[in-house]
Design a protein around this ligand. Structure first.
Ligand SMILES: Cc1cc2nc3c(=O)[nH]c(=O)nc-3n(C[C@H](O)[C@H](O)[C@H](O)COP(=O)(O)OP(=O)(O)OC[C@H]3O[C@@H](n4cnc5c(N)ncnc54)[C@H](O)[C@@H]3O)c2cc1C
Length: 391
């Protein structure tokens, strides 16, 4: 693998860093960690940042110019993801840019592409993914939400859970069963669902990190125009599987991990007792530093494959598994080094590092569940990467 970047890619990285430095307050690193505090300020900043990104066509870099992108390479997109995550940039293209748009490009009609892609690239729509159900998570092909064709419409009934961002989304990316009599993988279709359609109810789910981002979405006799079916009817499972590979790959965990580790190392240099009271602390930090660098190489493998016209598969699972477990190890290292006061939340005057690691520790728990659990990733790697039989 060639890990050098072209002069154009390096130039883009510098331009992006300058843009981010101009947009984000100097002390942004700390304020980004305080949960509810500063929520409105974050939302306003995200709006301004997204405006600047959309003006530069940076929200959906690899998309064709007619759809609002710059037809950039996947490596340039990965550089964008790396630097924006490292800078803890609020905003960005979200699920619309990361996997809904690419799915519409790959499977949607020309009309659908012309309708939805430019809106995503301008940051006008916010998307939420509606796959998981109370009885179908890892075994996603078992979904029961029914979409029944009636004339020019589909009538949808069912319940989705863990829909991240549905509380703010105006568009849903929905998987539903269109043929209940077919084998389970062959009776699923994908739809674009306007979230304000009558019969859509979004209820918040509480999680232990208090992120307020997960929801249950119930669908009661929701009518979706048949033209919102994306791809062929009953071929949705294959589209979902490909889209999940996009959701699983990403440099984000490594870039965020690097930032967190840098802060932890700086704190350990300032407070000598963090090292002196814990004889293995230096080794532990060194191990995390090595793992983070390995993670960069693992993550960049995916856009390198895409740039060569290949479709990443088990490579995306390797990246997801490694990144999510690394995030948890970094959080655990932080909690061990900071001691009991490291567990205090940002609200406490005695909190260490503004409560950064207590929050990261809680949030990191979900990293090995979202977009497919670690067990599911290991199964995929064993089966598709190593050619082993199904378990
Ligand atoms: C923070 C977060 C965000 C999410 N965002 C979204 C979203 O936006 N949209 C969406 O649709 N869903 C979303 N999800 C749902 C997520 O994809 C599922 O939670 C996940 O796929 C696991 O499904 P489950 O919760 O039903 O667990 P289950 O599938 O019930 O799994 C329970 C346990 O059994 C293990 N297990 C299951 N099957 C196997 C097997 N074959 N081999 C070995 N072990 C197995 C699992 O690894 C897990 O430990 C999100 C979840 C989280 C936590």
């Amino acid at each position: 693998m060639d890990f050098s970047f072209t002069p154009d890619e390096e130039r883009f990285r510098e331009e992006l860093k300058a843009f981010l430095a101009g947009q984000l307050p100097e002390d942004w690193d700390f304020r980004d960690f305080v949960g509810e505090v500063g929520k409105d300020e974050r939302a306003e900043l995200a709006r301004v940042v997204n405006g600047g990104l959309a003006d530069r066509r940076w929200l959906a870099l690899p998309w064709a110019e007619e759809y609002g992108g710059l037809a950039a390479g996947q490596l340039q997109q990965a550089i964008f993801n790396e630097e924006s995550t490292y800078a803890r940039m609020p905003g960005g293209g979200g699920q619309g840019v990361a996997w809904v748009g690419p799915a519409i490009q790959q499977f949607g009609s020309q009309e659908q592409q012309a309708l939805w892609l430019p809106r995503i690239a301008r940051g006008e729509d916010t998307w939420s993914t509606l796959y998981t159900e109370p009885g179908a998570g890892s075994d996603l092909a078992s979904i029961q939400t029914r979409a029944e064709r009636q004339g020019d419409e589909y009538v949808v009934n069912g319940t989705k859970i863990f829909a991240a961002g549905a509380q703010d989304a105006n568009m849903g990316w929905l998987a539903a069963r269109t043929d209940p009599s077919a084998p389970k993988h062959r009776g699923i279709s994908t739809f674009v669902l306007p979230m304000d359609a009558p019969g859509v109810t979004v209820r918040p789910l509480e999680d232990m990190a208090g992120q307020g981002n997960l929801n249950e979405v119930s669908l009661e006799n929701v009518r979706i125009p048949a033209r919102n079916l994306v791809g062929a009817e009953n071929r949705g499972w294959y589209q979902v599987a490909e889209t999940l590979n996009l959701e699983r790959s990403g440099i984000g965990p490594m870039a965020a991990g690097k930032r967190n580790l840098e802060r932890l190392v700086a704190a350990a240099r300032d407070e000598a007792s963090m090292i002196s009271r814990n004889p293995t602390a230096r080794y532990e930090l060194a191990d995390r530093w090595i793992e983070m660098q390995v993670g960069y190489n693992v993550a960049y493998r995916v856009p390198l494959l895409q740039q060569d016209g290949l479709t990443p598969n088990h490579e995306a699972s390797v990246s997801k598994l490694y990144g999510s477990e690394l995030t948890q190890r970094i959080a655990q290292t932080g909690m061990r080094l900071l001691g009991p006061a490291g567990q205090l939340d940002a609200g406490s005057a005695y909190a260490k590092m503004g409560g950064a690691f207590s929050r990261l520790y809680l949030e990191a728990t979900a990293a090995t569940i979202t977009a497919g659990t670690s067990e599911v990733q290991r199964n995929l790697i064993a089966q598709k990467g190593l050619g082993l039989p199904r378990g």
